[in-house]
Design a protein around this ligand. Structure first.
Ligand SMILES: CC(C)(COP(=O)(O)OP(=O)(O)OC[C@H]1O[C@@H](n2cnc3c(N)ncnc32)[C@H](O)[C@@H]1OP(=O)(O)O)[C@@H](O)C(=O)NCCC(=O)NCCS
Length: 374
């Protein structure tokens, strides 16, 4: 019988800069007011739509988000720019995303009590990679001195859970001894800070997790992965059309449709019931009751989504101890949200406690892992 597969350590790297809702709204409103003044004639003629104003109160009520961290703050609040100012690095320098990934990876290795020689696979999995090739994962592998192989994966908000599924399968199959799953979510370059409906949604962060066999695990806190579940269902309701084919389309590679955009209401209505069915099925696979689950490390996009999901599952609101919330200070960090929640809220779990890690978002995609504290 193969020995269990475990998560033996996690790392969370938080960027040094913070933007509150008020700061973001002040910049957006100043930008929009100027836009409306500059375009007054065209707006009055009906040729251009006036830009509506944003509100910090709306943002907090509609999403639960109060602030977000960003990799680079410079430029985002500049109404002449409205995007981060990240200078291009030379090909000899470490890329921005690899740097973020390495910061989180080192913390995960430390937590797992592992060295580079204990790892033989690096998966960098996130919503966007800053280039197509060479893979960011191979750059990270090289910088950390890891032998073996690495590859990048893109599954939007479920990139972290889907990569953990691959790690679990590789350790189970015996094709890897230690897998480092890293999620450098550099989302801010893809946020349309000129769009009232989405300017507040995202933040930057990097998370990492070490997956290995229980035979080799020797960390203070390890969690057996009992099983993984995934489902996808195609939807255009969360979309980013950025890609290399824009060049051949003769289209503007930075137009609004190339950045993150969504039909937030539709996403809300579609995804919440899908998540409830998914989680119930995952529990049923183990004949576990909802009350058997001590912790829900849920995706962190919107507090109202998580509240609705908890109510449908439990018939009541989950307590902050049961389903920790991190989106108030981190905002939506694409695939990293549930991993941040795990990283910050797992050390109090007792041996034998069950927890469910679950992501949901664009695709649509839903991924979950049933975990048991060792
Ligand atoms: C995006 C989201 C927070 C918007 O909240 P919502 O309650 O659905 O809000 P709506 O888009 O329906 O807008 C409600 C009203 O507020 C207005 N509004 C939207 N953004 C606003 C802002 N920043 N400031 C002030 N008002 C705003 C809308 O124009 C609308 O006004 P109207 O009723 O006069 O038309 C919410 O739909 C959501 O989080 N959905 C889940 C999807 C998600 O998080 N996806 C992320 C990727 S996984």
């Amino acid at each position: 019988m193969t020995s269990p597969v475990v998560i033996s350590g996690s790392g969370l790297w938080t960027p040094p800069y913070n933007i509150t809702n008020h700061e973001l709204v002040d910049a957006y409103n100043a930008y929009s007011t100027k836009f409306n003044q500059d375009n007054q004639v065209a707006i009055e003629a009906g040729a251009v739509n006036a830009k509506p104003l944003s509100s910090a109160d709306f943002i907090e009520k509609a999403s639960g988000i109060r602030s977000r961290f960003v990799y680079v703050k410079d430029g985002i609040l500049d109404i002449e720019r409205m995007r981060p100012n990240i200078p291009q690095r030379s090909e000899e320098q470490l890329s921005d995303q690899a740097e973020m990934a390495i910061n989180a990876a080192k913390l995960a290795l430390q937590a797992a009590n592992k060295k580079a020689e204990d790892i033989d696979v690096v998966i960098v999995s996130c919503a966007y990679t800053q280039r197509s090739y060479p893979a960011i994962a191979i750059e990270v592998q090289d910088a950390l001195g890891i032998k073996g192989f690495g590859f990048d994966m893109l599954v939007a908000c479920s990139a972290a859970t889907f990569a953990l599924h691959r790690a679990y399968e590789m350790i189970t199959a015996g094709t890897a001894k230690g897998v480092l799953v890293i999620n450098p979510e550099l989302t801010s370059p893809q946020v349309n800070y000129c769009d009232r409906d989405s300017h507040f949604i995202f933040g930057d962060v990097a998370t990492a997790i070490v997956v290995e066999s229980a035979d080799t695990a020797n960390s203070a806190h390890s969690f057996e992965i009992l099983s993984t579940q995934a489902v996808t269902s195609y939807s255009n309701n969360i979309r980013s059309n950025f890609g290399y084919v824009s060049r051949a389309n003769d289209s503007d590679p930075f137009a609004a449709d190339k950045l993150f955009h969504q039909e937030g209401r539709k996403v809300f209505k579609d995804v919440c019931p899908m998540v409830v069915v998914h989680i119930n099925e995952h529990l049923a696979q183990h004949q576990l009751a909802l009350s058997d689950i001590r912790r829900w490390w849920l995706h962190q996009a919107n507090i109202n989504m998580n509240t609705l999901i908890s109510r449908k599952l439990l018939g009541r609101d989950a307590t902050p101890q049961e389903a920790p919330v991190v989106l108030d200070s981190y905002a939506n960090t694409a695939s990293a949200g549930s991993i941040i929640a795990f990283n910050l809220h797992h050390k109090d779990m007792r041996s034998g406690d069950y927890g469910l890690l679950c992501s949901f978002g664009a695709g649509y995609s839903i991924g979950s892992l049933m975990l048991k504290k060792r």
